[in-house]
Design a protein around this ligand. Structure first.
Ligand code: CMP
Length: 138
């Protein structure tokens, strides 16, 4: 089990002014920040990040949406980080997310769902490496 996970605060969450509230919620849930960046993805970079979903019907819209405005990319640390963070963010579809989870509190739709969270230790390492080199991690 690894102790890192990767998250992005997505364009809807940042654009709606929820950056501070979401980071506060994450920190109060027991996660530490290893690395953080405020940036806008190009459509090409968003497409690479979500390459695994390329065959899905929502892929083109997802790429357009994820490159539509600034995001906050963050590496988080905690024991059992991947699994615990997925509990903190709730289900992909905010309509199905448990009360008090980040997506329940802040997300608008299944696409504009406020935050991303890695689904495995392997993907957490890949996703963290997509945004950060070792000199950018503390
Ligand atoms: P995320 O956890 O970042 O992983 C893939 C993303 O694709 C997901 O959050 C949503 O933003 C988006 N997504 C997943 N399922 C759907 C869907 N059925 N329709 C539209 N977007 C989706």
């Amino acid at each position: 089990m690894s102790n890192i996970t990767f998250t992005m605060l997505k364009p809807d969450a940042v654009g709606n002014g929820h950056t501070g509230a979401i980071l506060d919620h994450i920190i109060k849930s027991g996660f530490g920040i290893v690395a953080m960046k405020y940036l806008q993805l190009t459509p090409e970079r968003a497409g690479q990040f979500y390459e695994v979903h390329k065959a899905r019907p929502f892929y083109n819209d997802l790429v357009k949406y994820m490159s539509s405005g600034p995001i906050v990319a963050v590496i988080l640390t905690k024991d059992n980080a991947v699994e615990d963070f997925r509990k903190v963010i709730g289900a992909t579809d905010p309509a199905k997310a448990e009360p008090g989870t980040i997506r329940n509190l802040f997300a608008k739709s299944i696409e504009a769902n406020a935050v991303h969270g890695s689904d495995s230790d392997e993907n957490a390492a890949i996703e963290a490496g997509f945004f950060f080199n070792r000199f950018e991690r503390f």
